[in-house]
Design a protein around this ligand. Structure first.
Ligand SMILES: C[S@@+](CC[C@H](N)C(=O)[O-])C[C@H]1O[C@@H](n2cnc3c(N)ncnc32)[C@H](O)[C@@H]1O
Length: 172
């Protein structure tokens, strides 16, 4: 039976879609450089700006990207519906001794997430474009941003069917 959603495909096949072997120092350095390039050269966000900021990441998978933000001192709220990838996330944060940077790790999807507060940065990379209710979820992300906060998400442009990332500040 074909999977109905991206998430159910991952779960049915016990598939981690984006594992990165960051335990290897060389791979970690390369991953850090790629994420720095994405933030600083493509999105025009100096990584140092995120130190001490409250970051909410939806669909964090096994946490390799979140680790980069943890390493520069961001405070993380991580939201991931696929329980199969969470043991690796916990192992990785332990390995780098960065668990104290996780304020909260919640196993739910973006639809089920509830908060009584806002965040400086909200990330949703690699899944929003597959959701049937993506417009509603985009509004949800905007509502979760503090004034002056930054939403970072990837989407698939019609002209070039590869995901690209964009950052959009919410007016302060
Ligand atoms: C292609 S992976 C991308 C992982 C990571 N964000 C990255 O960019 O490397 C998509 C992630 O989104 C998660 N996901 C799928 N549907 C979701 C939903 N409705 N709400 C939140 N996360 C979801 C998946 O479980 C998976 O971790």
């Amino acid at each position: 039976m074909p999977a109905a959603t991206q998430l159910s495909y991952y779960q049915l096949n016990n598939f981690n879609p984006a594992p990165i072997n960051v335990e290897s120092p060389a791979v970690w350095e390369s991953h850090l450089a790629k994420r720095r390039d994405l933030y600083e050269m493509h999105l025009s966000i100096p990584l140092s700006l995120l130190r001490g900021r409250d970051v909410l990441e939806f669909g964090c998978n096994s946490g390799e990207n979140a680790l980069v933000l943890a390493s520069i001192g961001a405070n993380l709220t991580l939201v991931e519906p696929n329980d199969q990838v969470l043991p690796r996330l916990e192992t990785l944060f332990n390995h780098f001794d960065l668990n104290p940077r996780i304020s909260s790790l919640i196993q739910t999807d973006i639809e089920g997430f509830r908060a009584q507060r806002t965040y400086d940065v909200v990330l949703a990379e690699g899944f929003l474009y597959n959701l049937p209710n993506r417009d509603l979820m985009l509004t949800k992300i905007c509502d979760l941003l503090a004034p002056g906060g930054i939403g970072i998400l990837s989407f698939v442009p019609a002209a070039a069917p590869l995901p690209v990332s964009v950052a959009a500040p919410v007016p302060g």
